[in-house]
Design a protein around this ligand. Structure first.
Ligand SMILES: Nc1ncnc2c1ncn2[C@@H]1O[C@H](COP(=O)(O)OP(=O)(O)OP(=O)(O)O)[C@@H](O)[C@H]1O
Ligand SMILES: [Mg+2]
Length: 250
């Protein structure tokens, strides 16, 4: 079954009344239950826009988007916010941490908004933050920690609610290889053992090699899709080959 289904989705931005930039052109993309899909493409190709539209942060101009059979394009604003909070986890490219809250409070935001705070296992923040090596900085504020640490806080916040679907925009972009591997292994665990589905934007072929499938975006169009066959390192080589092919064309 598919958890996310995008049909003929288009998105344009108008910078002024005369100039429309078409950023997504007829996107058809399906994310199945328990699937981990990567999105690659050069800067400006529309990757963040695709995640924003797929997750209901931004409205599309044409097409349909279903998440677990709910048409999110037809939801009212409040209904959509509630739906997103209950079902989706987001890791933003620029983290979007709240600067007036500590690391711990930032991680807890989804549970507090959902009034699940009292019900939760008291150690959950400790467990999750230790897993990503940020257990020591829970009392600090976002401006007091590094970019890589902020990224890991954003990941903890996205997964604390056990969402069915995680949208992650460059979740390893600011991390060293050890932290990247930790995050990717955790994503691996989430979708293999905890029934989550993940849509992840990445520039990095190593991160993409964890996915089941990688979709390549160019100028707002999906131009290619490759499906994992064999192991991670074989898939890494396939992805590298595709990327080299695109560079040759450009
Ligand atoms: N709010 C906006 N208003 C106008 N144009 C926008 C807006 N957001 C994005 N764009 C334009 O849409 C195009 C796609 O942007 P997007 O952020 O989706 O690219 P991206 O593939 O995520 O790039 P990067 O790899 O640099 O993050 C770009 O040309 C960008 O300038
Ligand atoms: Mg982006």
């Amino acid at each position: 079954m598919s958890i996310l289904n995008m049909k003929n989705v288009c998105k344009k931005y108008s910078t002024n009344k005369k100039i429309n930039t078409i950023v997504l052109k007829d996107i058809n993309l399906e994310l199945k239950d328990n699937e981990f899909v990567g999105i690659m493409g050069s800067s400006g190709s529309g990757k963040t826009t695709l995640l924003n539209v797929a997750s209901g942060i931004d409205k599309c101009d044409a097409g349909e988007i279903h998440i677990s059979n709910n048409n999110i394009c037809e939801m009212k604003k409040n209904e959509l916010s509630l739906f997103r909070r209950k079902n989706l986890g987001m890791v933003f490219q620029d983290f979007n941490l709240l600067s007036s809250l500590t690391v711990e409070e930032n991680i807890l935001v989804p549970l507090i908004l959902d009034k699940k705070y009292e019900l939760m296992d008291g150690n959950i923040v400790d467990k999750i933050s230790n897993m990503f090596d940020i257990g020591e900085i829970l009392e600090k504020y976002p401006y007091e920690i590094s970019g890589g640490q902020q990224q890991r806080v954003a990941i903890c916040r996205a997964i604390i609610n056990s969402p069915k679907i995680i949208f992650a925009d460059e979740p390893t972009g600011n991390l060293d290889s050890k932290s990247s591997k930790k995050v990717l292994s955790y994503f691996d665990l989430l979708y293999k053992k905890h029934n989550a589905s993940i849509l992840m934007v990445t520039h990095d072929p190593f991160s993409a090699s964890y996915c089941d499938r990688v979709v390549f975006l160019k100028d707002g169009l999906i131009i290619k899709e490759i499906i994992k066959q064999g192991n991670k390192s074989e898939f890494f080589n396939c992805i590298m080959k595709e990327l080299e092919g695109f560079n040759d064309i450009e």
